[in-house]
Write a new protein. Structure first.
Length: 209
């Protein structure tokens, strides 16, 4: 079974409180989502491996640890996931970026992939799929499924706020995908919104309704 990591660093929790506030406007909301994503990426990448290399400081030669060269890819789920992308790239500027877009079929209610573009070397990369909200888990699970079809080395899922129902769905469908979140909220309401949540992340990012 996959692991669920709640990133409860004080700075993450403080900024999360600010984006929950309904008075926070789109500009500040976007900035805060980006900042939280950078802070969370620090924890999501904790298991990156290091190798020992020799360098020369202004004083002498010495051995230091550097990243072993693992290839990373960031995959935002359109459209709200785009709000997290730049925050992660600040920490991982060499990462390549994929995109995946889904919509729900009005008849079958099943997620349908309408866009999926991955790095050409996706099979050599560890991917971090990002989306602000993990509510029912339907979209996240479908996105992971579609990305898996491109055969990446590994997948992690990163979100800001999650519901127990969404975590359960992703773990059942993808027990090999670890989940990183800044908060696990109480439940979903009758409209499948996370309670207490923060509303619709896409609308709040881009000032739409």
């Amino acid at each position: 079974m996959s692991t669920v990591t709640v990133i409860n660093h004080p700075l993450v929790q403080h900024k999360l409180a600010l984006i929950r506030n309904k008075e926070t406007g789109p500009k500040e909301f976007r900035e805060l989502v980006e900042e939280i994503s950078t802070l969370m990426a620090y924890e999501v990448t904790r298991d990156l491996t290091l190798m020992e290399v020799e360098i020369e400081t202004p004083i002498q030669k010495t051995k230091v640890n550097m990243l072993e060269g693992k290839k990373i890819g960031i995959v935002p789920i359109l459209r709200a996931g785009l709000g997290m992308l730049d925050g992660v790239l600040k920490l991982l500027p060499a990462a390549k970026v994929g995109h995946i877009g889904l919509y729900r079929d009005p008849d079958t209610l099943e997620p349908v992939e309408y866009y999926c573009k991955m790095p050409t070397d996706v099979n050599e990369r560890e991917l971090i799929i990002v989306d602000p909200m993990l509510a029912t888990g339907g979209s996240a699970s479908a996105a992971i499924k579609f990305v898996k079809e491109r055969n990446p080395r590994n997948i992690k899922f990163m979100c800001l706020i999650s519901a127990p129902e969404g975590i359960k769905r992703v773990q059942e469908d993808h027990p090999d995908v670890d989940i990183f979140t800044a908060a696990i909220d109480e439940r979903l309401n009758e409209h499948a919104y996370i309670v207490p949540g923060l509303g619709d992340a896409g609308d709040r990012l881009y000032g739409t309704r």
